[in-house]
Design a binder for this molecule. Structure first.
Ligand code: TEU
Ligand code: CA
Length: 603
């Protein structure tokens, strides 16, 4: 397909047209499987996702900072972490807590300095921990000088850095019916420029125009600026949104709130192939794309080694089984069978030369132990059961700060405690537009509000009123210090250390093929098949005792070469031949080793 675009010369930006790939068949047919010599460290090393603002504050201003991260790197090394992904720490007005960047090459003073970042990278590398930065390339801040120039001088070099459209004839109409993720239309009028600009998120987050080759070049240069400073890769924010459907057509009321209908995936892949080719240190870096609403087919294409675009994507559907027809703010019931189906589908889609990421939560999601677990009666058991289920699948575990100690949702009691822009807009929209009673709107939003997972990391029981957001009151009992030994009872932290160590010890858990064995309710079981051993993972996702699924029970009963490698119920491991209880305790997770010689096919 030919598209109009731009080429930059020193004194002008002129429109050119160039061919791009526009459909998957053409795309995959043009792919030339290269000799893949990349260093795939990112397959082995669990990644720890840090939300810097809430991780560790070393200067008592109530905001986490880079020196705080440096201070806790040994804690992460002890956990067995191989890489950290830090949320954005670049200069930003903080409208969306840093996902609105006003200078991609400088650190925001609330987090520290460029020198702090250099020291963080060096210290992490000394501890064998690689560093990923969170790059927000779909949009910038409206306070970025590019946007300010684009508004001021439409014919200037930055005039086409963003997506501008004239007001349609009808004064009340907008350029199309697209909606923002953060509620409301995706267009805002700029009186200075006399045009609308597109923003799939807040009006303070104008979308960059990736059809402009000058923009694409500039963003690759920014990535190389950080690669030169020693970072080892990037998590790339909503990176599948960068190429919008040509002509920006309206999509109709049903789809208008679904940005997935705005995307031209073929161009998106072509742009990311070009972006990857421009990067330094090609063979040793990792690109992880956040890709809301992407289909499995495009996720597979995007991450296939032969595509040469991204190494992994962050899928969402395993965290949407509790979304009702109205989406995130209209929660619905779900079963472990629903979860098992999605996990199996993801594993199947990202098999072969693709590679899954395994995450249960992040700064946009509620805490997993409150959402899919039981943070009241079975907090330790459900937190560790969910970790076993997610992190022993095929793929790279990405552990969100605090999940390793079972941190739970914040007890939101009042709408004023919802400070996140997306969650706050959703609450106001429910009350003001949908007429939902305030207490009901609060109940619905509180459950899934992004604030839940942005509370400060709970290092110890010490009270600290300075934090930008209050500590969860349960930090007095659920904290790193209390869990650094089993003296205080079962420790989620120590279990996380063991599960990470187990994955490091058994190649079947890193590279073995994945097969779903039982996708029932309340138990899920899968196996990982390595050359020398088969490892079976079975998890009871319920508050009641449950027999092991027959597919697993049969194996256990039928051969004497199965033993328990790990369970979240106690520390005694079994020896081959020991009798294994056919029943699983509430929220019990078991990891069974079946040695190769007698492994039978589980059917
Ligand atoms: O998130 C994109 C995104 O899809 C989330 O907004 C998520 O889908 C939503 O919260 C679910 O309702 C990324 C960042 O992770 C998020 O923090 C930013 O707010 C967003 O992009 C805009 O940069
Ligand atoms: Ca601080």
């Amino acid at each position: 397909m030919r598209v109009e675009s731009y080429s930059s010369t020193t004194d002008s930006v002129k429109r050119v047209s160039f061919d791009i790939v526009t459909d998957m068949q053409t795309l995959t047919s043009t792919l030339t499987p290269g000799a893949d010599t990349t260093n795939r460290w990112w397959r082995d090393a669990p990644i720890y996702h840090i939300y810097p603002r809430s991780f560790r504050d070393t200067n008592a201003d109530g905001i986490g900072d880079l020196p705080g991260i440096i201070e806790m790197l040994p804690y992460l090394a002890d956990l067995g972490i191989g890489a950290i992904w830090m949320g954005p720490v670049f200069r930003s007005p903080q409208v969306d807590n840093g996902y609105d960047i006003s200078d991609y090459r400088d650190i925001d003073p609330i987090f520290g300095t460029l020198e702090d970042m250099d020291r963080l990278i060096a210290t992490a590398h000394d501890l064998g921990i690689r560093v990923l930065l969170d790059m927000v390339f779909n949009h910038s801040s409206n306070r970025h000088r590019w946007f300010e120039e684009s508004v001021r001088d439409p014919a200037g070099p930055y005039g086409d850095y963003y997506i501008w459209r004239d007001a349609p004839g009808d004064a009340d109409a907008l350029p199309n019916d697209w909606r923002s993720f953060f509620t409301g239309p995706a267009w805002t009028w700029s009186p200075e420029r006399g045009q609308y600009y597109l923003h799939l998120f807040a009006p303070e987050q104008p979308d960059l125009n990736w059809d402009n080759p000058v923009v694409r070049e500039e963003l690759a240069e920014i990535a190389n600026f950080w690669l030169q400073r020693g970072v080892d890769g990037f998590r790339m924010d909503v990176i599948n949104f960068i190429a919008k459907v040509e002509g920006l057509p309206s999509v109709g009321p049903g789809a208008a709130a679904q940005p997935a209908t705005y995307i031209d995936h073929g161009r998106m892949v072509a742009y990311l192939q070009e972006f990857r080719r421009r990067l330094h240190r090609q063979e040793e870096i990792v690109l992880v794309g956040e890709t809301p609403h992407i289909s499995y087919e495009w996720a597979r294409t995007l991450t296939a080694a032969e595509t040469g675009a991204l190494n992994m994507v962050l899928l969402f559907d395993h965290l949407e089984i509790d979304h009702g027809p109205g989406g995130r703010w209209h929660p619905t019931q779900w079963t472990s069978k629903d979860l098992a189906r999605v996990l199996a589908a993801q594993q199947s889609a990202l098999s072969g030369s693709s590679w899954p990421s395994l995450y249960m939560g992040n700064h946009d999601q509620p805490r997993i132990v409150s959402r899919y677990g039981d943070d009241r009666q079975f907090r330790y058991a459900s937190a560790t059961a969910l970790a076993t289920l997610f992190y022993l699948q095929r793929g790279t575990p990405i552990i969100y700060q605090g999940d390793e100690i079972g941190m739970a949702n914040y007890p939101l009691q009042d709408a004023s405690q919802i400070v996140d822009i997306e969650s706050g807009n959703a609450y106001r929209s429910l009350v003001e537009t949908e007429g939902v009673a305030p207490h009901d709107a609060l109940r619905r939003v509180a459950r899934n509000a992004r604030d839940n997972s942005r509370t400060p990391m709970q290092w110890d029981e010490t009270p600290n009123e300075t934090w930008w957001y209050p500590l969860n009151p349960d930090h007095t009992t659920w904290n790193v210090a209390a869990q650094s030994s089993t003296a205080g009872g079962p420790s989620v932290l120590l279990f996380y250390r063991r599960i990470i160590a187990l994955r490091a010890e058994h190649s079947a858990l890193r590279e073995g093929a994945f097969e779903m064995v039982a996708d029932t309710s309340p138990c899920i079981a899968f196996r990982r098949i390595g050359p020398a051993e088969t490892i079976i993972v079975v998890v009871n996702l319920s508050p009641g005792e449950s027999p092991m699924p027959p597919e697993v029970g049969g194996i256990v009963a039928g051969t004497d070469d199965v033993r328990i490698l790990l369970t979240n119920m106690n520390n005694t491991l079994s020896r081959a031949g020991d009798a294994i209880d056919p029943a699983l305790a509430p929220w019990e997770a078991r990891v069974l080793l079946q040695s190769r010689k007698n492994s039978t096919t589980i059917r």
